[in-house]
Design a protein around this ligand. Structure first.
Ligand SMILES: *Cc1c(COP(=O)(O)O)cnc(C)c1O
Length: 496
């Protein structure tokens, strides 16, 4: 992880000529300027010297003539994560590790740190750059443009669905869906409790009242049993829920047949939060198409990305026309700027839609790759009794966006596993903390799957997510599997 300091050390008395020769000889990008006691005064890069020469200095001038610059350093016991933070804050790619009295010990390079295995990283294909270049070449940098139109059409084609509007995020898409359905202050919205906060926040933007619904153990998604109890209870109390936001968790569709049946019976509109399930199917049809409105996310960690973005989808072109209207500041059809409704600036930019068009072409490959990642975990950890995977419900096909499991009681807690992984430079995560446990949601009602016990609480207590990117290499995954085996089985049996 670190680089030796031999030949990188110079003094303020050395000339630029000597410094450049040292840079050349070492092939390094920086030199360390030390004082007579061996303490670090500053670092010097090729660029520092070039700027000084352009400013009128000569090769025979001394390094000491450079303008003062505090070196970016870290203490001896710095952890990789903090080292990366320091580099990010200072905008540098190298970090000098120094002793307590300021003497350099080693240099950490950013590119070596990035060997850390991350949970889910962007995976670009071959065509994204072409589309982005096209946007630049034609000066369609502005919001909207031909890539946005084409991305929307291609997404509609993929989903086999009427209409799509590309927007700035999945969260924005949910917000628009709520506005389109006329959700207002105090309206009850039924929400999956086991989810990312992005699916709930828009309900709070509108000062509506979330009622939180538990998961069922078969799919980890919204429990029809809990939903029915919530609907009956609301009716008893004279409340009429207007909408339900049903989340498809970690790449797997919720069981929409019973959920929709209940919502239809009670006159509740359905928003399908398919941010995590693009590419999955439910009873043969594409995930995202089972609500009155569906939403997608193209955030950087999702199965395909536009760096940041989302979409709102529906079979109702009226809904999607309304989404486009609201997402572009709700400008009335008048020859001047006239507005009768609150609008938003929520559209996707043409540049990012270009990335999306490229990503959509490789979506099916990405689904296959993520499912392969899951299969390798399943295979490599088959004899680890402690682990149980998120089940794949028989009604559909999950993308396994994330490989997620639980630890059986008696085998320790997820935080211990995540600590072992972190020590091996592997990023794991806990399962989402249910919304009804969030300080943000203290005052909202919650309906559990079983009245006595809560499924989502149990999944949160015992659940963990493993690196699952479609660009995860087999050797990286073997390292993760070894790390998990040694956590549960001990070093000796880890090789299995
Ligand atoms: C990512 C995500 C969102 C939000 O999408 P953004 O594009 O990040 O705003 C909403 N719901 C779920 C379930 C998500 O995973």
């Amino acid at each position: 992880m670190t680089r030796k300091l031999e030949n990188l050390e110079i003094s303020a008395e050395d000339t630029f000529r000597t410094a450049l020769a040292s840079l050349n000889a070492t092939g390094g990008e920086i030199l360390l300027v030390l004082d007579s006691d061996g303490r670090l005064l500053r670092t010097v890069t090729d660029g520092d010297i070039r700027r000084q020469l352009l400013g009128g200095f000569s090769l025979e001038d001394r390094v000491g003539s450079l303008p003062k610059k505090e070196p970016v350093t870290a203490p001896e016991d710095v952890e990789p994560g903090s080292a990366l933070e320091i580099m990010d804050e200072s905008g540098v790619d190298q970090l000098v590790v120094v002793t307590e009295d300021g003497k350099p010990l080693s240099i950490i390079l950013r590119r070596d740190l990035s060997t850390r295995i991350l949970l889910s990283t962007p995976h670009l294909g071959d065509e994204e750059m072409q589309f982005v270049k096209q946007a630049f070449a034609t000066n369609w940098i502005a919001p909207l443009g031909p890539h946005v139109d084409a991305f929307e059409e291609e997404l509609a084609d993929y989903l086999d669905l009427g209409s799509v509007a590309a927007v700035s995020s999945g969260t924005a898409a949910i917000h628009l869906a709520l506005r389109i359905l006329g959700i207002d202050r105090g309206d009850v919205v039924l929400c999956s409790t086991l989810t990312f906060v992005g699916s709930l926040n828009p309900v709070l933007y509108e000062r509506a009242t979330p009622v939180l619904i538990d998961s069922e153990p078969e799919s980890w998604n919204m429990s029809p049993v809990a939903l029915e109890r919530a609907l009956k209870d609301c009716t008893k109390r004279g409340l009429r829920p207007k909408a339900a936001i049903i989340v498809n968790l970690y790449g797997q569709s919720a069981d929409f047949a019973p959920l929709r049946k209940l919502c239809d019976a009670y006159g509740v509109s359905v928003i399908e939060d398919a941010a995590e399930s693009l590419g999955a199917t439910y009873k043969g049809a594409k995930s995202g198409t089972f609500g009155d409105l569906g939403i997608l996310s193209f955030n950087g960690n999702k199965i395909i990305t536009t760096s940041g973005g989302g979409a709102i989808v529906s079979n109702s072109s009226q809904y999607i026309d309304k989404a486009r209207f609201l997402a572009t500041q709700a400008k009335d059809p008048a020859p001047y700027y006239q507005h009768s409704e609150i609008g938003f600036n929520y559209r996707m930019s043409n540049v990012l839609a270009g990335i999306g068009r490229g990503q959509l072409r490789v979506l099916d490959d990405r689904v296959r790759a993520r499912r392969n990642v899951f299969d390798r975990y399943d295979e490599g950890l088959r004899d680890v009794e402690a682990i149980r995977w998120m089940p794949e419900a028989s009604y559909g096909r999950s993308t396994r966006w994330l490989s997620v499991g639980t630890i059986d009681p008696g085998y320790g807690i997820p935080d211990d596993l995540l600590r072992s992984l972190a020590a091996d430079q592997i990023e794991g995560r806990r399962v989402w903390k249910p919304m009804h446990q969030q300080p943000l949601c203290r005052e909202f009602a919650y309906y559990a799957h079983d009245e006595g016990s809560s499924c989502s609480d149990d999944l949160f207590e015992r659940g963990f997510c493993l690196p699952s990117g479609s660009n995860l290499r087999v050797d990286q995954q073997e390292k993760i599997i070894r790390s998990i085996r040694s956590h549960f089985l001990g070093r000796r049996e880890a090789r299995g």
